[in-house]
Design a protein around this ligand. Sequence first.
Ligand code: HEC
Length: 123
Amino acid sequence: MREFYGSLILRLALFSLYPSLSFADSMASLVFHGNCSMCHMDKKSLSAPSITDIKAHYKVAFAKKEDFIRQMSIFALHPKAELSIMHYAIEKYGLMPELGYEIEVLREISEYIYETDFKKREK
Ligand code: HEC
């Protein structure tokens, strides 16, 4: 319950900070920063590759936005070596665990990753 209120307060705070964001954008940003970013930091690769690094690989492999979103969300739904384009990362950090998000949520997050310049942020 505390978590629920926590996420509600965070969401309201996000809305007041960025009133122009759509609900899907702020939901994706919330999930990304509440979960994905625990392992994927903006620029540093410690327990997993940084999101800047992952994004660079996906942009090269999938030039079209739609392919980028599709492949990234399919991987995050059920991570498997056959779907990976970063095999060295699996060897170095181990395969990413399955997180249990629905494909629609993962698609929103992948789009958020596509649109966000993580290099410009502070952390
Ligand atoms: C518990 C840690 C952890 C969390 C949380 C996590 N990841 Fe990962 N992720 C990893 C590790 C470790 C790798 C590198 C190994 C691999 O590619 O499987 C990785 C790799 C990836 C890759 C590259 C896949 C490839 O190999 O081509 C993508 C894309 C990705 N994560 C997306 C996400 C998204 C989106 C989220 C949030 C919904 C997320 N991750 C949350 C640990 C995590």
